[in-house]
Design a protein around this ligand. Structure first.
Ligand code: FES
Length: 85
């Protein structure tokens, strides 16, 4: 099975909008899913400028799904969805 990839945006906009809280995913995800999921912090995903007017930062990408206004709960439930595919 392909690994699910999780990219937590740590760019300035997302960081200011709360991705600092999402950094705990970097500990939680490997503890919960082991090597089925790869999680990493990445620089600006380029989404904040596209969507700036309605900025929905922080953004997290789970495979190709973009999660807006990401929270730990939203990210974990998307990971479960991707793993169930
Ligand atoms: S800072 Fe996160 S998408 Fe730009």
């Amino acid at each position: 099975m392909e690994k699910v990839s999780v990219k937590v945006c740590l760019g300035t906009t997302c960081f200011v909008m709360g991705s600092a809280n999402l950094q705990e995913l970097i500990d939680i995800v490997p503890a919960k899913y082991g090597d089925k999921v790869d999680v990493s912090g990445v620089p600006c995903l380029g989404l904040c400028s596209v969507d700036w007017e309605f900025s929905k930062a922080p953004y997290v990408k789970v495979n190709n799904e973009v999660i807006k206004e990401a929270t730990v709960e939203k990210v974990l439930s998307e990971i479960d969805k991707q793993l169930a595919k």
